[in-house]
Unconditional design. Structure first.
Length: 149
């Protein structure tokens, strides 16, 4: 190794782009800012959604329909699914806590039971809501439904 062969490690040095130091630097004149317009001026700040006077996209796209903010979203289980879930996870009852522990719902989900399908085993339900048809089928099978808020 000799002094004239020493070099910095690869990636250790980086050439600084010196802007606005004359034409010979390659970055003189407009200083890589381009010609004219707001972005070439000092103090420029972009505003979110501003498209330089062009009609912005949030105003070009039509608004359709209505979003009901008081709508209640339920995690729905049909009676046909319930029987297989009780067997698969060995659930003592079909309640919010047991469903959460087994990863079937999240902590804030509301559960509703619908009457599609049949159930033969005696199951206790502790859920947010249940349809009338589901209640009658569950009670006919010997189970019970407890509505919790």
């Amino acid at each position: 190794m000799k002094l004239h062969t020493l070099r910095p490690a690869k990636g250790a040095t980086k050439k600084e782009k010196r802007i606005g130091r004359g034409e010979a630097s390659g970055h003189g004149g407009t200083s890589t800012q381009g010609n004219k317009g707001a972005q070439s001026r000092t103090g420029y700040k972009s505003r979110r959604g501003h498209e330089g006077g062009q009609m912005p996209i949030q105003r070009r796209i039509p608004k359709v329909g209505f979003k009901n903010f008081s709508r209640v979203e339920y995690k729905v289980f049909n009676l046909g699914q319930v029987e297989s879930l009780v067997e698969k996870y060995n659930l003592p009852d079909f309640g919010m806590e047991t469903l959460y522990i087994n990863g079937l719902i999240s902590r804030t989900d509301k559960v509703k039971i619908l009457g599609n399908g049949a159930i033969t085993t005696k199951v206790t339900f502790k859920v947010t809501a249940a349809s009338e048809k589901a209640k009658s089928i569950i009670e006919a099978a010997g189970g019970s439904v407890e509505i919790i808020k």
